[in-house]
Design a binder for this molecule. Structure first.
Ligand code: FAD
Ligand code: DHB
Length: 385
């Protein structure tokens, strides 16, 4: 098999890349380890930056998002038993975010790619990437028990944090920057009307909590918990009890629950020969800023433009600058996600000084226009170059 761009992974990075390349008349094949149903149902992120939602709409895959997504113009910060609104629309000149589940974005992209004749191969096994420094890199894999080889001009390494693309780069070619956090998030999806119109990020003496939603009848809620916590030890009643302690919530049937670890991670550079890393394969942010999916989309926006320029003019200038251009945004988003995380969570070794400092920071962020604006412009998404 041959194609122009071989893409490993059908997450937000891989599917948006394939979609954008198609719009520039460039062929790609997407290889995905899981089955289609798994990709389309797996509950993960839910907040789209202004620029991410605009991109989906402008490229023809935002119709259902525009109908079913919830447009939010602010968030609430809760601390010291009171709530303070950050008004994004007023602070950013009318920008906001769209609450629309990641797996719904993926459903829309998969449908659009397949309708346009795009190739997505699900349930591939034993994927490996070869000849990355040569002009024709290859991807080897097994599909339905048959060994196959895909020859391409470029490879998009969009296979997430646990994928094979980043580990295929020789040791020593990458520099890794990493930070662990001493906590995790327990997330639930519940059949319950959200008790607030907007997201609530809560600082609480028992730990951080987040109220989000998917619709007028479905709540998405998160609780800070210990990193080694076993979800089996969290019966529904215990989760509700803990949520009630941290803020006002309406109970309902629990549809899903899980624990997500937290880390900050960056691999530099995001390129090795003709392999380009994008999204979680290159970097991870803690979820507090709602940035993981948005950063993946921002990477492939740069990558698709660079690949299109190569096919248009033969110039590799934009491809050569891919990593440097992405990393400027990646580090700003890392900074924001780390900052939101450190301001809102309870640290195990909390010194009372640090708790007072967090509360002062929250007070400052919600009372100074300059500080609120800093939060708002990062949350709705920094402008593109
Ligand atoms: P992914 O979405 O991980 O996609 C990678 C794809 O590659 C997957 O479909 C995977 O099956 C496939 N793949 C992996 N290895 C191979 C292989 N060897 N061969 C072929 N295919 C392969 N972010 C937030 O902002 N808020 C949240 O609440 C939030 N919750 C999360 C919960 C969980 C459990 C996880 C894991 C992440 C969460 N994130 C959240 C982060 C966000 O979902 C990611 O940043 C986003 O999915 C990144 O997109 P991606 O395309 O880079 O990677
Ligand atoms: C959601 C997830 C986040 O990480 C976040 O910061 C806000 C909302 C969500 O899943 O709705």
């Amino acid at each position: 098999m041959k194609t122009q761009v071989g893409i490993v992974g059908a997450g937000p990075a891989g599917l948006v890349l394939s979609h954008l390349l198609h719009l520039s008349g460039i062929q790609s094949v997407v290889l995905e380890a899981h089955r289609r149903g798994y990709v389309e149902e797996r509950v993960r992120a839910g907040v789209l930056e202004q620029g991410t939602a605009d991109l989906l709409r402008d490229t023809g895959v935002g119709e259902r998002m525009s109908r079913q997504g919830l447009r939010h113009h602010g968030i609430e910060l809760q601390f010291g038993r009171s709530r303070h609104r950050i008004d994004f629309a007023e602070l950013t000149g009318g920008k906001g975010v769209t609450v629309y589940a990641q797996h719904e974005v993926l459903k829309d992209l998969i449908q659009a790619r397949l309708e346009a004749g795009g190739q997505i191969l699900f349930e591939v096994e034993g994927v490996s990437v070869q000849e990355l420094q040569g002009p024709k890199p290859q991807i080897r894999f097994r599909k339905d028990g048959n060994d196959q080889e895909l020859e391409c001009d470029f490879i998009g390494g969009c296979d997430g944090f646990h994928g094979i693309c980043r580990p295929s780069i020789p040791e020593g070619a990458l520099k890794i920057f990493e930070k662990a956090y001493p906590f995790a998030w327990l997330g639930i999806l519940a059949e319950a009307p959200p008790s607030s119109q907007e997201l609530i990020y809560a600082h609480h003496e028992r730990g951080f909590a987040l109220l989000s939603m998917r619709s007028a009848t479905i709540s998405r809620l998160y609780l800070q918990c210990a990193p080694e916590e076993d979800i089996l030890s969290w019966e529904d009643a215990r989760i509700w009890e803990e949520l009630h302690r941290r803020f006002e919530v309406v109970e309902g049937r629990m549809l899903q629950k899980g624990i997500t670890g937290m880390r900050s991670f960056v691999a530099e550079p995001m390129q090795y020969g003709r392999l380009f890393l994008a999204g979680d394969s290159a970097h991870i942010v803690p979820p507090t800023g709602a940035k993981g999916l948005n950063l993946a989309v921002a990477d492939v926006r740069v990558l698709a433009a660079a690949i299109a320029e190569y096919y248009r003019s033969g110039s590799t200038e934009l491809l050569d600058r891919y990593s440097e251009r992405c990393l400027r945004r990646v580090w700003k988003v890392q900074r924001f996600s780390w900052w939101m995380t450190s301001m809102l969570h309870r640290f195990a070794d909390d010194n009372p000084f640090d708790v007072r400092r967090q509360l002062a920071e929250l007070d400052y962020v919600t009372s100074s226009r300059a500080a609120s604006q800093t939060l708002a412009e990062n949350y709705v998404g920094l402008p593109f170059e």
